[in-house]
Design a protein around this ligand. Structure first.
Ligand SMILES: CC(=O)SCCNC(=O)CCNC(=O)[C@H](O)C(C)(C)COP(=O)(O)OP(=O)(O)OC[C@H]1O[C@@H](n2cnc3c(N)ncnc32)[C@H](O)[C@@H]1OP(=O)(O)O
Ligand SMILES: N[C@@H](CCO)C(=O)O
Length: 416
């Protein structure tokens, strides 16, 4: 087993590592290349039932990791904290929740920063091209090894939503339900265009060194610029107006400070080569790849599917989800569709938990009904945690005033 070389890899006590490919059992990628060592990092919550049928796979987005939620009160909050846990929509009293770092990532799973067994050095750009289908097939090896007979559900937003859809198409009969949030059936040219510019920012940084920068300074400026571009596409005109208005600090607009901050943060926690490979996997995503047509691919689905769009998403706008939904319905897939009315843009799926909670609960109750009524204690805990969360969110919303209204125009900044 070879673990990742990336210094930003964050070890957590609950992280588990498993080797899913070896020389005897290689993993053949869509591009035809072979990986003879695939290690996957994952975290789990709750208990697997004796029948191995209560597992939910949570698929993370581009720079996500295995830590979707806390394991105990001392633990750091996860990126989907309000949705996973006892009494929450992905109820760990009932479900066994798994979140694995994707193939090509840098948080424990094999990716470009891992050591290439043939050279003993990090793969860098020798890492083969990967696709969402490859990511999902690695996850299938993981769930098989964990003793899961059939997944109750796969759920994710953005790149995670693409994985959920890919699961439904590639493994019909193995998953009961899929939730596809803020993701299309295939990447549109505009999304590919953003990714292209992001990749160029990294590759034009002299410190990128054709991907061979491990052990030295990496392309920090390039990665920060790529992330800044990404962050713009994850938000909306309205959310930026709300958050930053035209306020300035330290001689910059606040929105510039914000992008600088996000750029500085990504270089500490993410590997630039992983960023390149995963952006490419997003570009290549087309759930119909390898099938006769889009309809033919989607008609394979026998899971119940919930598609959720975010009203202000400029990256994968709701009309892309609507097209996916219409096609699925046309070919007979049981499909629910909702658009959350959010000002937060694409990343609303990481922010608007108060909107996602009831949608997920309703869908789970429908697609995965509880065999018998919930015990009273569990029901009370569920309702109480729902109310507490809604209360906290209401307070935040009230404080969240549109800053743009009373911010004076500052010409001086433009002459810098
Ligand atoms: C998707 C997965 O599977 S996991 C990956 C999820 N994580 C990410 O995407 C990381 C990058 N994205 C973010 O940080 C996003 O903030 C979200 C989507 C997670 C949350 O969004 P919001 O709640 O709207 O937070 P917001 O964007 O306002 O603030 C985020 C950070 O910017 C900082 N910030 C806000 N305004 C400014 C500013 N004007 N100048 C500098 N920094 C700022 C905040 O302090 C906060 O810092 P922290 O994360 O260290 O606490
Ligand atoms: N903000 C997400 C990407 C888009 O959803 C992430 O960094 O994973």
């Amino acid at each position: 087993m070879i673990i990742t070389f990336f210094p930003g890899f964050k070890w957590r006590p609950q992280l588990k590592l498993v080797q899913l490919a070896s020389v005897e059992n290689p993993f053949v990628l869509t591009c035809g290349s072979c990986l003879t060592d695939v290690t996957v990092a994952y975290e789990t919550y709750g208990k697997l039932s004796g029948a191995g049928d209560n597992a939910i796979l949570v698929a993370h987005a581009l720079t996500g990791d295995t830590h979707a939620a806390t394991h105990d009160q001392y633990d750091e909050q996860g990126w989907w904290e309000p949705l996973i846990g006892s009494g929450r929509p992905l109820d760990t009293d009932r479900f066994f929740v798994i979140c694995a770092n994707v193939l090509g990532g840098c948080q424990g799973t094999t990716g470009p920063a891992s050591l290439d067994p043939t050279t003993g050095k990090p793969y860098g750009m020798n890492f083969p091209e990967i696709t969402i289908n490859d990511i999902v097939r690695v996850q299938k090896r993981l769930v098989d090894i964990l003793g899961i007979r059939r997944l109750a559900m796969v759920v994710g937003g953005s790149m995670g939503g693409m994985q959920a859809l890919e699961w439904a198409v590639h493994y019909p009969g193995f998953i009961e339900a899929a939730v596809v949030i803020a993701a299309p059936g295939y990447s549109a040219p505009q999304a590919i265009a953003y990714n292209r510019v992001g990749r160029q920012a990294i590759m034009l940084d002299p410190d990128w060194k054709n991907g061979d920068y491990y052990g030295g300074a990496g392309p920090e400026k390039g990665l920060a610029a790529a992330r800044a571009l990404g962050m713009i596409t994850y938000q909306s005109e309205m959310s930026m107006a709300y958050k930053f208005g035209r306020r300035t600090r330290k001689g910059q607009f606040e929105v510039e400070n914000y992008l600088d901050y996000q750029g500085a943060r990504i270089v500490k926690r993410f590997d630039a080569n992983s960023y390149l490979y995963l952006l490419r996997a997003l570009d290549l995503f087309d759930v119909s790849a390898g099938y006769e047509s889009y309809e033919a691919a989607l008609s394979r689905i026998d899971a119940q599917v919930l598609v959720v769009g975010v009203s202000s998403d400029i990256l994968y706008p709701p009309h892309q989800q609507q097209e996916l939904v219409e096609t699925m319905r046309r070919v007979g897939v049981r499909t629910d569709y909702t658009v959350i009315d959010s000002p937060h843009g694409h990343d609303g799926f990481l922010i608007d938990f108060h909107l996602l909670r009831p949608i997920l609960v309703k869908f789970i109750n429908k697609a995965l009904p509880v065999p018998s009524a919930l015990p009273l204690r569990q029901w009370i805990r569920f309702r109480a945690s729902n109310l507490a969360y809604l209360g906290a969110r209401l307070v935040t919303e009230i404080q969240y005033k549109p800053a743009i209204i009373d911010i004076p125009h500052q010409d001086s900044l433009f002459s810098r």
